[in-house]
Structures are given as C-alpha cells and as structure tokens.
Design a protein around this ligand. Structure first.
Ligand SMILES: [Zn+2]
Length: 70
C-alpha cells in the first residue's frame, strides 16, 4: 500500500459520486479532486471523512461499472 492511486486520466474531468459513510449525503467532485484529497468534511453532517486508497479505488471501479452499462 502507500502507492499512488492509478486514476485513469480520462476521469480527471468527470464527475464522480461518493456517499458520506455517516449520513449518505452524496458528494460529487471531479476525478482530479478525488485523486489528491485524503479527507474532507461532509457539508451535511460535518463528519470528517477519511478517503483512503481502497475508498478511492471503489469510487473509480463503481464509475467504470456504471459507464459500461450505458
Ligand atoms: Zn455526512
């Protein structure tokens, strides 16, 4: 672990969605944003959400699956 997240470059400007683990409030940000942040504060419940490597991978995998369904 501790590796850089291999985010596909084509996702840099794509809106990706992540749900706050506490309140399920959806957070939508560009792929480039998810690439660099390690944690953020939920606008809805003020929870400080840690976004680790597996969480980021899950976001990108989820986006890929949704994209393939189109
Ligand atoms: Zn929240």
């Amino acid at each position: 672990m501790g590796k850089l997240v291999p985010i596909p470059v084509e996702l840099n400007n794509v809106d990706l969605k992540f749900e706050c683990p506490r309140c399920k409030h959806p957070i939508v940000r560009k792929g480039s944003w998810f690439k660099v942040i390690a944690n953020f504060r939920c606008q809805n419940c003020s929870e400080n959400v840690r976004l680790g490597y597996p969480d980021k991978l899950a976001i990108f995998e989820r986006h890929k699956r949704l994209a393939q369904r189109l």
